[in-house]
Design a protein around this ligand. Structure first.
Ligand code: PHE
Length: 341
């Protein structure tokens, strides 16, 4: 029994208990009713009377020692957290990770959607991998139109069916008109692809938002008013717009819209090439052939469409000089927009 007492003493001496939970474990193991000391006391009863004196002393000393150890451990652990330190990963970096920022294209896309949804437009989406019908034929592109050329369009398969990456979001117009009867009032944001050499000013993919409104008695004046409202909300209440005649196979008449240059206020500067105007979108009245192709009666309904490039609007708002920055995803560039939202 003497040896046992010695062994327990050494064991207790070596115990480390840094946190309250461990100290409690120590107490239960040694000092509780069913603990080691209690069972030694039990054993003590059976020792021969001539050894009782010496063993009794040793046992008392052990008890005092263990109680003292317990008090010291308890005091040291007080105030430490309840978490077991051994479970804390000391290799983790002490600095917190930076919070991500929204991509500038997403910021501007969301702004555009918000402006148009305030005017009653809902969001429609369509696939990026399309067929010839939805991207070209239904939109009144003649069979020999140069946009169909391998140079402009990424084809996935050709003949018998042409499968391709959509070159514009106008394909979502067709898809929506095929499935719904007017009134239709949608904006279609999405990524589009064109077979262009990548440079500061052109990329093989970019983002567009298409707008479409079909109803009875929709006029060019309605289109102009909606676009003016958009331009003022996007670029400020002083913004002026100008519509220049243009050509798209799917609209007639067609126009391109410029806004007054917000750098020089319309006086002329290098940014607007001294014209005072910068082009921002294409638009027009939906061609009756397109309505017919999509199962809508052009005798009853009319409508307008417009399409704008999100990168273009973002460039105008944030003066990004190189289109490639939008897809390189350099965090130093993206962090610049953290405060934008
Ligand atoms: N789809 C045209 C383009 O990609 C833009 C546009 C849309 C023009 C709708 C007129 C009407 O250039």
């Amino acid at each position: 029994m003497i040896n046992k007492i010695e062994a327990i003493r050494e064991e207790v001496n070596a115990v480390k208990a840094e946190i309250p939970a461990k100290v409690e474990e120590f107490r239960i193991k040694y000092l509780s009713k069913k603990g080691i000391l209690a069972s030694l006391m039990e054993e003590f009863r059976t020792v021969p009377a001539d050894q009782k004196r010496e063993l009794g002393q040793k046992l008392n000393q052990l008890k005092n020692f263990v109680t003292e150890r317990y008090n010291i451990l308890k005091e040291n652990a007080a105030g430490t957290s309840a978490i077991d330190v051994s479970s804390i990963d000391l290799t983790r970096s002490a600095t917190s990770f930076p919070v991500g920022a929204r991509h500038p294209i997403s910021i501007v896309r969301n702004d555009i959607i918000r402006i148009f949804s305030d005017m009653g437009f809902t969001v429609a989406e369509g696939p990026e991998i399309e067929d010839d019908w939805h991207v070209f034929s239904s939109l009144n592109f003649p069979a020999d139109h140069p946009a169909r050329d391998m140079q402009d369009t990424f084809f996935i398969t050709r003949n018998p069916i042409d499968v391709l990456l959509r070159t514009h979001t106008s394909s979502v117009q067709t898809r929506t008109m095929e499935k719904n009867q007017p009134p239709i009032r949608i904006v279609c944001p999405g990524r589009v692809y064109r077979n262009e050499a990548i440079s500061a000013r052109a990329h093989c993919f970019f983002h567009q938002i298409e707008g479409l409104y079909i109803d009875k008695n929709v006029s060019f004046a309605d289109l102009r008013q909606v676009l003016l409202n958009f331009a003022r909300q996007m670029f400020g209440p002083e913004t002026k717009i100008r519509l220049r005649p243009s050509y798209f196979p799917f609209t007639e008449p067609s126009a391109e819209m410029d806004i007054s240059c917000d750098i020089c206020g319309g006086k002329g500067c290098p940014f607007c090439k001294e014209t005072g105007w910068v082009e921002i979108l294409g638009c027009g009245m939906v061609d009756p052939n397109v309505l017919k192709a999509c199962g809508i009666d052009p005798e009853v309904y009319s409508g307008y469409a417009f399409g704008l490039g999100i990168e273009r609007i973002t460039n105008l708002k944030y003066k990004v000089k190189d289109l490639r920055m939008f897809s390189e995803n350099d965090v130093r560039f993206l962090a610049e927009f953290e405060s934008a939202r």
